[in-house]
Write a protein that binds this ligand. Structure first.
Ligand code: NAD
Length: 435
């Protein structure tokens, strides 16, 4: 099928390449000329495992092209909208400028029978408003929220755990059938394909992210209680996680969630609920947000306390900058936030990360960056693990760290290290919510 993908960021570039990889003819469109130039060469403009391979295959096959020219969308049967919906600068609501601009820019190139499939995460009610404009052209609007996880985005796009398509108005059944065809390989495997109305589809996405954020903040709240009682939150998580109704995943206490989705999505959800007169229904999300942010304070405090009450002029090795491993995304990264705060306390902070240094340097040029993990640790007074890359969590032994520095303070912001092993090697180990 001929498809267009408007917006070629973390979501859109992967979507375009993944759709080409399953046999569609895809044009990716973005206003960012630099990104389009890189993508057109078959290169990934950001770190995402497996993306360079499907990009270069798609380009070589002739089925995948990229352009800044919206006119190229003309002739496609389905037009995916994957532009950003960041938090507004002066409030919690989502900034819909880009979604509106993308849809309005696309309208002149739509033909009757085309389908516009929104993938961006939007406040409930957005799709119904956009539908009026889209349907005036004879095209149909559906909402097809995206659940991909950065780091697993290619796999999640080609083989998602569910597909959700919100439809409305005339021709709605036909539109869902076309989406079923687009995702034929996943549908053939029996992937749940859930057809809803527009509002439900929009809400499924924000509800899923609200739930995940709540689960993380729940265990982090337990970490706070563990810290004043001497309990160990990792054992607590293991024990409650055996209950299949609870489950162990997303119960990792640490410095909390970040990234381009969870923080802004729960805030936009709160803002939208308030607009709808139902602010109290999701008032707990404010608490979820606050618990999350408090954990960054805690990590900083553990370093400062461990250094005897002041981080001034101390060399601190910060392991990680990305908001999570397998990504170079530093949007709202707790790891970088901790690094910036320690820098603000007068520490000599060196940050390392296998993928995110360039992005981090652009946003926080005041920090020192070092590609080598070992050079980062060398002669550090304290080491803090803030992004659980295997290079730090699994591969770094306390014996090796001891060979690099005489500093013997390690703060494990992700509870990813073997506390007993680090202590046995003479380190003062501090985890999150652990004695
Ligand atoms: P991003 O910032 O990486 O990409 C957005 C892209 O849209 C940019 O390349 C930008 O140049 C482009 N753009 C902006 N205005 C445009 C226009 N008028 N026409 C064409 N292109 C335009 O953002 P992202 O992480 O890819 O997120 C996009 C959306 O997907 C957001 O709503 C986000 O919440 C949602 N989402 C993201 C993820 C994720 O893991 N990144 C997962 C699920 C859902």
């Amino acid at each position: 099928m001929k498809l267009s993908v408007i917006g070629c960021g973390y979501l859109g570039a992967v979507h375009a390449a993944a759709m080409a990889s399953i046999g569609h003819e895809v044009v990716g469109i973005d206003v960012d000329a630099r990104k389009i130039e890189v993508l057109s060469k078959g290169e990934a403009p950001f770190f995402e495992p497996g993306l360079p391979e499907i990009l270069s295959e798609g380009i070589a096959s002739g089925r995948l092209t990229f352009t800044t020219d919206m006119a190229a969308a003309s002739g496609a049967k389905v037009h995916f909208i994957g532009v950003g919906t960041p938090q507004q600068k002066d409030g919690y609501a989502a900034d819909l400028t880009y979604v509106n601009a993308a849809v309005d820019g696309l309208l002149p190139y739509l033909s009757p029978g085309d389908i516009v499939a929104g993938k961006s995460t939007v406040p409930v009610g957005t799709a119904a408003e956009l539908a009026v404009r889209v349907e005036a052209t004879g095209a149909t609007l559906v909402w097809n929220p995206e659940f991909l996880r950065e780091g697993f985005a290619v796999q999640d796009t080609i083989d998602p755990d569910r597909l959700v398509v919100g439809v409305s108005g005339d021709g709605a059944d036909g539109a869902a059938e076309v989406l079923r065809e687009v995702y034929a390989p996943a549908v053939a495997k029996g992937t749940p394909f859930i057809v809803t109305d527009l509002a439900t589809a929009e809400l499924v996405k924000v509800a899923a992210n609200a739930f995940l954020a709540t689960k993380i903040s729940f265990i982090n709240a337990m970490a706070e209680i563990a810290e004043v009682t001497g309990a160990d939150v990792t054992q607590l998580a293991d024990a409650i996680g055996h209950d299949v109704r609870i489950g162990r995943r997303f119960l990792g206490a640490g410095i909390g969630f970040g990234g381009g989705c969870l923080p802004k999505d729960i805030r936009a959800f709160s803002a939208r609920a308030e607009e709808l007169g139902r602010g109290e229904s999701v008032a707990f999300l404010r608490e979820v947000d606050e618990i999350n942010l408090r954990r960054r304070d805690r990590a900083v405090q553990l370093v400062v306390d461990g250094l005897g009450g002041s981080a001034f002029n101390k060399k601190i090795a910060v392991l990680g900058a990305a908001f999570k491993p397998h990504s170079d995304d530093i949007r709202d990264s707790p790891a970088l936030d901790v690094a910036v705060r320690l820098h603000g306390l007068g520490a000599r902070v060196t940050v390392t990360d296998p993928a995110a240094i360039d992005n981090a340097r652009r946003v926080h040029p005041q920090l020192t960056y070092e590609a080598s993990r070992d050079e980062t640790i060398r002669d550090a007074d304290a080491v803090i693990l803030v992004t659980e890359w295997d290079e730090y969590r699994r591969d770094l032994t306390p014996e090796h760290a001891s060979s690099l520095t005489g500093g013997r303070l390690v703060v494990d912001g992700r509870n990813g290290l073997d506390a007993a092993a680090w202590r046995a090697a003479g380190w003062r180990y501090h985890g999150m919510g652990r004695p």
